[in-house]
Structures are given as C-alpha cells and as structure tokens.
Ligand binder design. Structure first.
Ligand SMILES: [Zn+2]
Length: 327
C-alpha cells in the first residue's frame, strides 16, 4: 500500500484494513475503561545494565507545567516553537519524574525518591512501580539524594511522618545540606522559597543525626561517583556510574525537558537558582556526554529517560535508547 496524505487522514480505514477489518479488531480489543476513568499502562519500570550493575528506572508520574513564564530568557513564541518541534502541547507541557534503582550484587541503592504523597495528583506512582519491579522498601540499603527539591526528597517521608525506607542510610550532598538546613539563610529567603527550606526540614529533621553528607568527586557507593553540577541549586549533584566497560552519566536536573533544555542549553528555567551557573554546568555536562558518546539518564525526561546526547546546531539532541525486552 502506498501511504498518501489522504490515507493518513482516513486513519481508521488504514488501521483496520491490514488486520482484516473491524470484525477481527473487535475480537482482539480488550474491554474499554468505564466512562470517566482512564486505562492504566503497564507498570512504569525499565531495567538496563551498566557493567555488573542492574539499573531500574522507576517512574513517579508527571506534573503539567504552564509554558508561559517558565523560561526566563526566551520569548514565549520561541519556547512554543521548540515544543511544537517535539510534538508537545504549547500551553502546558508534562514534566516527568524518574528515579533510579541500582542493584549491585544484591545491594540496593536509590538515586532520589520521587514526590511521595506530596506532589501533583498525576505523580505519586513511585511505590506502586517500585513494588511492581520486585523491590521492597524495607530492603533498600542506601538512598542517594541529588538535591533538596521536593520532587526528589519527599518520597523519603510520607505526610504523616512515616519513614518510607526504614533501614536505608541516607546520603546527601554536603553543599546542599549546608545551604538548605541553615536557619539564618531560611529566615532571609524570599517568601516563595521558604517552602523548600521547610520541606527539607520535614524530610530530614527527624534523621538529621544519621544523614551522611557526601562530597564531590568521591565514590560514594561502589561504582557511583559524585560530580558537582551547581546552578539548579547550590549543591545540585550529577553522577558517573561505572562498572566494567559500562558508564552512565546520571544528569539529575540538568534539564526539565530535553525538548527545551537539551535543544536549547542556554535557556533558563524558573527553577534554576543561579541561571548563569546552571547554563554553564548544562553545557559542560552535555558536551562531555556528546564527546564521550556516554549513555545518560535524566530525572526529567520522557520515561525511561535514558539515551545518548548528539550535538545539533548550537545545542544538542537527546536520542532515547531502543526499548529492550530483556536486560
Ligand atoms: Zn526536579
């Protein structure tokens, strides 16, 4: 069959014809969801291997973000054009949340933990997906935190105070702790930022004595090295995961969506606390990923949020991995 614009527009006829018409389709189509509900997807986890380390991306849903006012140094029409180029809505776009689980010889390390029960109604899917992947929160050995924004730390503690990973050692960037746990800084902060300071106290306050503060350029758990990536927040951290010949650059919040900030690395999101520093960090890390042809994982990219970075014009392009049915 030759596909013309006309056959594309006549989409239903095109879809039905190769499978023997509507009668055959009716037999294989599962029951539709009841009116007013949505049909669920398969659980949001995806496994891959970096050397001997099994990595599992766990999805925590998404939050829709209005486009207007989101980028501080670009015209709205240019931002909308970038979204359109990626076939995304131009009024509000989805920011996806993806954490990583590292299984290294049975030792379980999490990198960030999602929104818990404190996020947007379209988030908070993490525990369901984590359990569907076969993991048990009581058996988590280590939780590594990249920075103190709520979408990365709130999953550590439910709103009622329950510690979600009772047996895990919690590791946080030293610079991040120094900034957000400083009472003087909280008192001087603009009103809009006070919530983030209070959020850090809600999550870490009860375990303050036991939180382990890590430094940059250190192997903080076997195979995982911290890399300073300041700008988004003062202690924002990315990582290099290495095992055998395998390498993964864990990019944390270097971008809120690749279609915006990988394509246009000089744009500044409202979330970047030091915009100039965040831009320089973003370029440096994306340049390194492109030059080394390294696999990357983002926290905020379409699930499963892993792939490679290619240079493209004055910016870059995110090329997702090809889905693999087995690791
Ligand atoms: Zn984030």
């Amino acid at each position: 069959m030759t596909i013309t614009r006309r056959t594309v527009l006549a989409g239903t006829a095109l879809a039905a014809a190769p499978f023997g018409g509507t009668a055959a389709l009716a037999q294989t189509t599962p029951n539709a969801a009841p009116a007013g509900t949505t049909s669920p997807q398969a659980p949001g986890f995806y496994r891959y291997k970096i050397g001997d380390i099994e990595v599992t991306a766990i999805n925590d849903g998404f939050a829709r973000r209005p486009v207007e006012g989101f980028i501080k140094n670009a015209e709205l029409k240019d931002v909308q054009a970038a979204l359109q180029e990626a076939f995304l809505p131009t009024d509000a776009f989805p920011i996806t949340f993806n954490t990583l689980v590292l299984n290294h010889g049975g030792k379980i390390t999490l990198i960030d933990v999602g929104n818990g029960d404190s996020g947007a109604p379209t988030s908070g899917r993490w525990m369901e997906n984590f359990r569907a992947a076969g993991f048990d929160p009581a058996k988590v050995n280590t939780v590594v935190i990249s920075h103190f924004h709520g979408d990365h730390i709130n999953g550590l503690r439910l709103k009622d105070g329950t510690a979600v990973f009772p047996n895990a050692e919690v590791m946080v960037p030293d610079a991040e702790w120094a900034f957000w746990m400083d009472d003087a800084r909280m008192n001087q902060a603009p009103e809009a930022m006070k919530g983030a300071f209070q959020g850090a106290r809600r999550v870490f306050g009860p375990i303050a004595q036991n939180v382990k503060r890590y430094e940059m350029d250190k192997e903080i758990v076997p195979g995982l090295t911290s890399i300073a990536a300041p700008g988004h927040t003062p202690g924002h951290t990315t990582y290099m995961l290495s095992s055998g010949n395998g390498k993964l650059m864990v990019m944390s919040d270097l971008t809120n969506h690749p279609a915006l900030f990988v394509r246009n690395p000089d744009w500044s999101a409202v979330f970047d606390m030091d915009a100039d520093q965040a831009r320089a960090t973003r370029r440096r890390m994306l340049d390194m990923a492109a030059a080394e042809r390294a696999q990357v994982a983002f926290y905020h990219a379409p699930f499963p949020a892993t792939g490679h970075i290619a240079k493209d014009g004055n910016g870059f392009r995110f090329v997702p991995v090809q889905w693999s049915p087995a690791v």
